[in-house]
Ligand binder design. Structure first.
Ligand code: NAP
Length: 257
């Protein structure tokens, strides 16, 4: 077989089809993770969603299509036990992260904020990747989640910017260490989820208005936008070690939330 024919055999025609694949979304019971879980399910995957709570079918009928796992990504033993119980699968997505504002400020009297943020984001993502890796099938991938702050420092986000940068950097390292398993990061812009609910309702409304006015895409992002990108990363076997921005062009403009 010629070199080109060999590569073409490994480069299937473009398809978002995930029929027969198993996808695990850590953080997938709501918000961005749920958008990813729904997109993968719509493309034919069997999806397992994980978070700290088991949610009943009565409370959330929209979760009925998914298997549920309970785990706290800050608890390495629980993460290992969860992946041991899930067994072999194809694509890992980790969207879970600490609550808005939980990271504290640089001048706080102690380092509790940054320690818990690193634990809930960077080390939690690491734990999921580490304990999922033995179970990922050939052709599989991992996707991590950061945000625009990973690329541009903002006042008050001293813990977030380096943590997101570390997660993005980890995805490049693992793209090498775990190859041919592919590892990528999605960097969303503003996505309208309950992540923002800790802010007063009028503040969130102001943020939405600023996003619609200033972001080049002239609209707010949705979990489905991130889900679409995640399915692309799962199904394109030549994309690894990248950060895919799904942000409406957030980083091209100045805006303060
Ligand atoms: N929304 C945005 O505009 C935006 C933009 C840029 C970046 N981000 C980043 O993306 C992350 C996800 O955003 P989102 O809007 O989907 O947030 P979200 O509404 O806060 O959802 C977070 C999800 O992660 C789970 N989770 C949180 N801590 C966990 C833990 N320790 N172990 C296991 N599961 C945990 C939560 O479920 P349980 O509570 O049941 O555990 C929930 O399903 C955020 O942390 C943020 O860093 C968000």
């Amino acid at each position: 077989m010629s070199n080109l024919a060999y590569e073409q055999a490994r480069s299937p025609a473009p398809s978002f089809d995930l029929t027969g694949k198993r996808v695990v979304v850590v953080g997938g019971k709501r918000a961005i993770g749920l958008g990813v879980a729904q997109a993968a399910h719509d493309m034919g995957a069997a999806v397992t969603v994980a978070s700290r709570r088991r949610i009943s079918a009565e409370e959330r009928p929209d979760l009925a299509s998914f298997d549920q796992i309970v785990l706290d990504i800050r608890d390495e033993a629980a993460v290992k036990a969860a992946f041991d119980s899930i067994g072999f699968f194809d694509h890992l997505v980790v969207t879970a992260g600490p609550e808005l504002g939980s990271w504290g400020s640089f001048m706080d009297p102690d380092m509790r904020g940054v320690r818990s943020y690193l634990e809930g984001k960077f080390l939690g993502t690491w734990a999921c990747a580490r304990h999922a890796a033995p179970y990922l099938q050939a052709g599989g991938s991992m996707i991590f989640l950061t945000g625009g702050a990973g690329a541009r420092a903002k006042f008050g986000l001293a813990a977030v910017t380096p943590t997101f940068a570390a997660v993005e950097s980890l995805s490049r390292s693992l793209a090498l260490e775990l190859a041919p398993i592919r590892v990528n990061t999605i960097r969303p812009g503003f996505v309208d989820t309950d992540f923002w609910d800790v802010l007063p309702a009028e503040t969130v409304e102001e943020i939405r208005a600023k996003v619609r006015a200033n972001f080049p895409a002239k609209r707010i992002g949705t979990p489905a936008d991130v889900g679409h990108a995640a399915v692309f990363l799962m199904t394109n076997s030549y994309v690894t070690g990248t950060v895919l921005e799904v942000s409406g062009g957030e980083l091209l403009v100045d805006w303060i939330f």
